[in-house]
Design a protein around this ligand. Sequence first.
Ligand code: PMP
Length: 356
Amino acid sequence: MSRFWSDINRVISPYIPGEQPKNEKYIKLNTNENPYPPSPQVVKAIEKVLNDSLRLYPDPTCEDLRLAIAEYYDLKKEQVHVGNGSDELLAFSFLAFFNPNGLPILMPDITYSFYKVYTSLFKINCEKIPLEDDFSIRPELFYKKNGGVVIANPNAPTGMFLPLEDITGILEHNPDQVVIVDEAYIDFGGISAVKLIGDYPNLLVIKTLSKSRSLAGLRVGYALGQKELIEGIDRIKNSINSYTLDRLALAGANAAIKDDAYFQEVRRRIIMTRERVSNTMGEIGFKVLPSKANFIFVTHPLIPAGELFQKLRENGVLVRYFKEPRIDNFLRVSIGSDQEMDSFISILKSILHQML
Ligand code: PMP
């Protein structure tokens, strides 16, 4: 082992993202990307930057994009921070609001696995709150003394949505702690907590353009909250990197936020496809958790998920398999285009036919 590694380097187990295959031979349903391209306005905006201004540093305050997002949500630009994907904003927020070696922060025991990586890296104590038998979150379990709360809503990888009154309960019972609500998947049928920001100074909502705006490749996320919280994230960001978003990302994200008609159409289509595929999967013997995300979490009573994952892969379909307690018999399937999902279902049916 290298003698140059720091203590941190020795103890962390980094997050491993879903596979990004080098070729396009797979039907790729493993990382919850959007099957539809971004708004044509995004491409135009990026082309303009390419022609005009790549020579120059981007605006470190990201003012125009923050204004566009603020306007969209009826907030002030001081209530918006933008960053290089929501992963970055989560990391900055954990650094800004959760104390090392302090009271544990609370998170559901099954949730986005990057949270645990950040707590280990930043030496933040953490307590995992068990989910109910049906994988739902029980808000009362988050009412105990803690150093902060983080919840993905809809949760990942279950896709299940926590109603707004439950989020409100958690906010009410934790007035002195920051409650982070990660809404990466909220645009696929959930109800956003953004409207609670005015009433709850402890609420930080984090969102991304990777899913519902088809911009995973551009890396843009944003955090919304009262001014004091946003200033906290600004402080961390400005202590690490002045330019987290490049000119292409700033311009592309701005155009995406402004093209609301396109956004509404894309998410409507994905929700429709999700409902159709969920029904079909139910009909062919799968249990499908109720999803408000652009993926479904499914299990088959007779077929081990690990084997099904391999069979799908051999047949050209990539889905996500988590080898973790309680969910190691589930597969997470991203919602692709109708055509992709039809091919997926027909491949799945023929695998079931062989295996059963
Ligand atoms: N939060 C959750 C719950 C996610 O599943 C993801 C995507 N893996 C992210 C945040 C990060 O998204 P991005 O960094 O692309 O904005």
